[in-house]
Design a protein around this ligand. Sequence first.
Ligand code: COA
Ligand code: ZN
Length: 314
Amino acid sequence: MTRLFFNEVATRDGFQIEPAFVPTEAKIALVDALGECGFAKIEVTSFTSPKAIPMLRDADEVMGRIRRRPGVEYTVLVPNLRGAERALEARADELNLVMSTSETHNLANLRMPREKSFEALSAVIRHVAGRTPVNVSLSTCFGCPMEGEVPLSEVLRYADRFAGLGVRGLTICDTTGMAHPAQVSEVCEQLLARFAGLQLTLHFHNTRGMGLANVLAAVQAGIVRFDGSLGGLGGCPYAPGASGNISSEDAIHMLEAMGHDTGIDLPRLLTLARQLPDLLGHEVPGQVAKAGRIADLHPAPPAVAGLRAALASD
Ligand code: COA
Ligand code: ZN
């Protein structure tokens, strides 16, 4: 069965929309614990403006104090050159640059037109070339909550331009859960046909309950890399109606049940997911942490033994 690779984004995409500040110590402890679960990559934090994303204002300290497990890549979100400088200083293993394929969402999230973002990110890519691998996350690729449809041609146009600049990977993001499986199949087919040499990652939100169906459609199309968020936390503060990413543990549970190899220690991951409500002060959307794995059986009610005995003596 296919080897699949997960990038855990709870401490970035997950935390950035949380109302109450998560203490720096708790962020570090969670990243360290996630590092023991078998993830290929962990998106630790973002080097954005602390005014824009106050939750992640401690990014430098968190990156400086996490325990780095060999074999795990520690990546960070970067919106501009200033962020790239901070990420290099923090010895991030990868810079995950971000811009939106929707003009309106780019203006809301990054406060500039797409073309200006592209120029700024091109400068970042030239600046870090040969030092640190670059991934580019393209937001709202399956639809924008303000503009509606984002044509696939636009997504491919930006993907092409970044591929031309020599990035290592592209993440195609469904920022507000507008993708459906048929659309995902088509997008993935086109991406794989054009960018076979790049690491292609799919990033889904479960805003409309289609998250795992979309993961399945992407796997069936041949995608092997996914972003997921512990507990199903997450959402972009600058996208109206945004809500959680696909839950890492629910996606991994499904894929393992189907026979895929994710490299993840699921019981260990579920233990972490079950600690989130205490850490954040509210319930989280992930389902397997509540229901248990399909392999976690319950004892039969005592009456069943009595019935069995009666049936056997008949
Ligand atoms: N790290 C730290 N501070 C930064 C920064 C960075 N990467 N980029 C800008 N700043 C600071 C500037 O120093 C300035 O501070 P000041 O007001 O104290 O002088 C302030 O932020 C504004 O800077 P400016 O260059 O005018 O940027 P802006 O206001 O146009 O904001 C972004 C642009 C991209 C930096 C900002 O909108 C941002 O960080 N957005 C977050 C996007 C995000 O993470 N969204 C969710 C994930 S998709
Ligand atoms: Zn997201």
